[in-house]
Design a protein around this ligand. Structure first.
Ligand SMILES: Cc1cc2nc3c(=O)[nH]c(=O)nc-3n(C[C@H](O)[C@H](O)[C@H](O)COP(=O)(O)OP(=O)(O)OC[C@H]3O[C@@H](n4cnc5c(N)ncnc54)[C@H](O)[C@@H]3O)c2cc1C
Length: 403
C-alpha cells in the first residue's frame, strides 16, 4: 500500500548554531540556485534565546552571518609569564560574533520564509525510520518527513571521555575604563600555574573600556564551571577592582572523539546527524563555528539536490580527514599525560608556524604542508610516545559535580 505524503520534506531537530546555520544556508543557496525551498519544520525546546555564548573563529570564508561579526583582531598571541608569541594574519583575522546577533538574524529570516516553520518549546523524543519517511515523535505530537537532520547535542555515553579532556570555562564581559590591553590583539592563552590540568586566561579587548575575559581549564573530569578563587586573584592583580560585570557566560566543551558507531548499527540516509553530535566540534581545540558553516553548507546542497530529484537520501558530511583525527588523538593523549608541558608546546606552535598555516590548521582546513609545519614545530618525543601509547581507562572523579 502506498504511504501518504509526509507532513514535511525535512525536519531539523534543534535550532541552535547548526540548525539555524543550516536554515540560513538553505535560504541563501535556494536563492542562488533559483530553486524552491522544500517544506521544512524546525523543532527547538527553547522558547526564548538569550545571549548565551560568543563565537570566535578565524574569518576565512563567506557564510550567512559574516555581516554580524562584531569585532576582528588582526593579531593574536599566546604567553606564559615573560614568554610571548604573537602572529599577525591580516588575510584571516580572528573574529567574534555574539550569539544574540546570530540568533536575531537567523530567526528573522526564518520567520519571513513561509516554507520554514519553527516550533519553539518542542522537544524531539524519538526518530523512527520507515521505508519512505521518518516519523518524528515530539512533546507536541508526531510529524512525518522525507528526511531528518538531527542537530541535538550528543549523549554523554557517545563521548570517548577516556580519550580526551573537558574544556571548562567561565567568561566575564567587563566594563573597565582604560583597561590597557592592546586593541588589535586577541590574547588567546595567558597560561597560569596549575597542577593536573592546563589553565589559561583568554582576553578579547572589545573597546578601550570594554573586554571579555575567560578563565579556562583543560581538565580530565567534568565539573561545573565556576568563578574560581584563582580567577578572582587574576582579575584583582591585572584589572584591579574598578570593573563592572556586564554579562557572564560559561561552558564545558568535550575535547574528545565520539565513540565509533557499532558495526552492526544500520546506516540511515534519511536521518543524518549534524553539529557537535556528528563530531563537528574539533576535539583538540573546542572550536566548531567555521567547520559548522562548511558542514551546514554541504548538507544544504544535499537537501536541495534531494528536493530537486525527489530521492531523499542524504550522504551526510565528514568534518575532517582521518590524518587530522589521528593527530588530534595523539595531541590529546600528550595533553593528558603532560599537562604541565602544554604552555611550551603552544608557544612553540605559535612561534614556529606562519599565521596562514596555523589558522588553516585550527579551522580544520590544513594542506599537507601545513600539517608538516605543525608537526615540525612541536617537540617530537612526547608526541611520539603518545602516538605509540594506548589511552588508559580513566578512574571516576571523586566528588566532582556532574552537570
Ligand atoms: C559558552 C560557549 C562558548 C563557545 N564559544 C565558541 C567559540 O568561541 N568558537 C567556537 O567555534 N565554538 C564555541 N563554542 C562551541 C560550539 O560552537 C557551540 O557549543 C555551538 O553552539 C554548538 O553548536 P551545535 O549546533 O552543535 O549545538 P547547539 O548550538 O547547542 O544546538 C543544539 C540545539 O539542540 C536543541 N536540543 C536539545 N535537545 C533537543 C531535543 N530533544 N529536541 C530538539 N532540540 C533539542 C538545543 O536546545 C539547541 O538549540 C562555545 C560553546 C559555549 C557553550
Amino acid at each position: 500500500m502506498k504511504q501518504p505524503a509526509p507532513d514535511y520534506d525535512l525536519v531539523i531537530a534543534g535550532a541552535g548554531l547548526t540548525g539555524l546555520s543550516l536554515a540560513c544556508w538553505l535560504l541563501d543557496l535556494a536563492t542562488q540556485r533559483r530553486q524552491p525551498l522544500p517544506r521544512i519544520l524546525m523543532l527547538e525546546p527553547r522558547s526564548h534565546y538569550s545571549n548565551d555564548r560568543t563565537w570566535c573563529f578565524w574569518d576565512r570564508q563567506p557564510q550567512p552571518f559574516r555581516h554580524c561579526i562584531r569585532q576582528r583582531w588582526p593579531r593574536w598571541a599566546v604567553q606564559q609569564g615573560q614568554q610571548r608569541q604573537q602572529q599577525q594574519g591580516d588575510h584571516a583575522p580572528y573574529a567574534m560574533l555574539p550569539a544574540e546577533d546570530l540568533y536575531r538574524e537567523a530567526l528573522a529570516r526564518i520567520n519571513r520564509e513561509p516554507a520554514i516553520t519553527l516550533k519553539q518549546g518542542v522537544t524531539v523524543q524519538q526518530l523512527l525510520e520507515q521505508p519512505q519517511q521518518v516519523q518524528v515523535v515530539t512533546s507536541d505530537g508526531h510529524f512525518s518527513s522525507h528526511a531528518v537532520i538531527d542537530t541535538r547535542p550528543p549523549a554523554r555515553e557517545a563521548m570517548a571521555e577516556e580519550q580526551g579532556l573537558w574544556q571548562v570555562f567561565t567568561g566575564l564581559e567587563l566594563a573597565l575604563p582604560d583597561h590597557g590591553f592592546e586593541a588589535d590583539c586577541a590574547l588567546l592563552m595567558d597560561f597560569q600555574p596549575g597542577v593536573g590540568d592546563t589553565r589559561f586566561v583568554y582576553v578579547l579587548p572589545l573597546g578601550p573600556d570594554h573586554l571579555l575575559v575567560e578563565w579556562t581549564a583543560f581538565q580530565p573530569h567534568l565539573s561545573a564551571p565556576a568563578l574560581s578563587a584563582d580567577f578572582d586573584h587574576w582579575l584583582n592583580i591585572h584589572l584591579g577592582t574598578g570593573y563592572r560585570v556586564l554579562r557572564q557566560e560559561q561552558g564545558a566543551l568535550p575535547m574528545m572523539p565520539l565513540r565509533p558507531r557499532s558495526a552492526t548499527a544500520p546506516v540511515s540516509r534519511r536521518i543524518v546527524t549534524a553539529g557537535t553530535a556528528a563530531g563537528w566540534l574539533r576535539p583538540a581545540t573546542g572550536y566548531l563555528f567555521a567547520t559548522c558553516q562548511r558542514g551546514a553548507r554541504a548538507l544544504a546542497e544535499q537537501v536541495l539536490d534531494a528536493h530537486r530529484s525527489g530521492v531523499w537520501e542524504l550522504p551526510g558530511w565528514q568534518p575532517r580527514s582521518a590524518l587530522l583525527n589521528w593527530m588530534d588523538r595523539v595531541f590529546l593523549r600528550a595533553l593528558q599525560r603532560h599537562p604541565e608541558q602544554a604552555p611550551q608546546w603552544f608557544l612553540r606552535l605559535f612561534g614556529g608556524t606562519s599565521p596562514e598555516r596555523l589558522s588553516r590548521f585550527l579551522s580544520d582546513q590544513p594542506g599537507l604542508l601545513d600539517i608538516l609545519a605543525i608537526m615540525t614545530a612541536l617537540p617530537p618525543w612526547p608526541f611520539l610516545q603518545s602516538a605509540l601509547s594506548r589511552p588508559h581507562p580513566r578512574l571516576p572523579a571523586t566528588g566532582s559535580p556532574k552537570p
